[in-house]
Ligand binder design. Structure first.
Ligand SMILES: *Cc1c(COP(=O)(O)O)cnc(C)c1O
Length: 395
């Protein structure tokens, strides 16, 4: 008799989670405010500079530069806005195509669509959950030509302008290989690093490999500003333009309202940045808690036959944003049952996003064979991941 016959997989998973985080309830991911949050928010209110001009915004950008090693950071209202600006600055124009994984949050595809461009869905690998680079390379070899220095999709005749890998749940994707592809096929690499603050690839922070990258500080991310995002780049000109485009393209002048293009009101308010400054001061502590949670989960799940806990790859450091278990092929069919049992018990668990290529408004977009992503869609379950879960138990 195997363990699967003895007790439902859902019950075994519940026991494993409970052995790590204690009795229910446990949310999927809750923010922690135990630093200078109240203090900085009060300081911000007292200053009256609550909107898009203020010291906290500059300080927040400075923090981000220190943490990531990027040369420039431009804070914005959210991660989607940062991606939108990054794509515009990479010259993504109407009817161009942008390669993105089918297995990502919908914001990646939305930002492409805001530019009038077309998301072109590519496959993912189980090792990193990110784009399958080897498969992408052979796909591009077969389906594109380089014409006047631009990559052209032979089937649609459209220019493929950018490649946007995403570091799923904080696990860095295969950046070395994707950078090579970006060079060989003349496609700009823009990282959707929304989920990967604190994650490293070969000792270098994610979001510093591409021409530009976007981070998110939404309430459910590792560090939050309520809502917020940032565009990071090492290119001075792009950083200047990103700030310009996100602040209505206003030309500096003592009193005149002159703007040199249609632009956006995407700047992060000072109030949100105040929260962010306090959060970033505690980033290392949050990452330590999440790593400890992952190590403890890994041990607890090693006793269960039907699934494995996802750990970071060699050479990579994950921030373990959302902790993940993978169902084995024998237990794929139990996914919904497991989700139902765990959620009813009070442990919030979630499947991965539905593949974007399956949404009705993206159904007719170009795509390659997505068998890797389809398999991951059946296997992934996120389990309670808040940093405080491990702290409470150890306290
Ligand atoms: C959270 C997230 C975003 C967008 O961030 P917002 O700040 O919510 O706009 C983009 N891409 C991915 C992969 C995300 O997880």
């Amino acid at each position: 008799m195997t363990t699967l016959d003895k007790e439902s997989l859902g019950k075994q998973i519940i026991s494993a989670i409970e052995s790590v985080v204690g009795p229910p309830p446990a949310a999927l991911h809750e923010p922690s405010f135990h630093g200078n949050e109240w203090h900085y928010l009060k300081e911000c209110l007292d200053s009256t500079y609550v909107s898009s001009v203020g010291n906290f915004v500059n300080q927040f950008e400075h923090h981000l530069i220190e943490i990531t090693g990027a040369k420039y950071a431009v804070a914005m209202v959210n991660g989607t806005a940062a991606l939108h600006i990054a794509l515009l600055l990479a010259n993504v124009r109407p009817n161009y195509e942008v390669l993105i994984p089918a297995l990502t949050f919908v914001a990646t595809a939305n930002a492409v669509s805001y530019c009038g461009a077309i998301p072109h869905f590519v496959d993912s690998e189980s090792e990193s959950f990110g784009i399958n680079a080897a498969k992408l390379r052979s796909y591009l070899k077969e389906n594109t030509i380089i014409d006047c220095g631009q990559c052209v999709n032979k089937r649609s005749q459209r220019v493929i302008k950018a490649l946007v890998p995403m570091h799923v749940f904080g696990h860095p994707c295969n950046l070395n290989e994707l950078l090579e592809i970006s060079k060989d096929f003349k496609i700009a690499l823009i990282e959707d690093a929304a989920e990967s603050l604190g994650s490293q690839f070969n000792g270098q922070h994610t979001g510093t490999f591409g021409v530009m990258s976007a981070f998110s500080f939404n309430g459910n991310k590792t560090v939050t500003t309520g809502g917020g995002g940032a565009l990071l780049t090492n290119n001075y000109k792009l950083a200047r333009l990103a700030k310009h485009l996100s602040t209505t393209a206003k030309l500096p002048h003592q009193w005149e309202y002159k703007h040199d293009s249609v632009a956006f009101n995407y700047r992060m308010p000072n109030l949100n940045a105040a929260l962010g400054c306090a959060q970033l001061e505690n980033l290392q502590e949050l990452l330590n808690f999440k790593r400890k949670l992952a190590i403890t989960y890994e041990k607890a799940f090693s006793k269960i036959e039907g699934c494995t806990f996802k750990t970071e790859k060699n050479g990579c450091k994950s921030n373990y944003w959302l902790q993940t278990i993978l169902l084995n092929s024998a237990s794929y069919r139990l996914r919904n049952e497991v989700l139902k049992e765990t959620n009813e018990y009070g442990f919030t668990t979630r499947p991965v996003w539905n593949l974007l290529s399956s949404l009705k408004h993206f159904k007719n977009m170009p795509k390659m064979d997505l068998s890797g992503a389809m398999e991951l869609e059946k296997r992934i379950i996120n389990i309670p991941s808040s940093p405080k879960l491990i702290k409470i138990k150890d306290a």
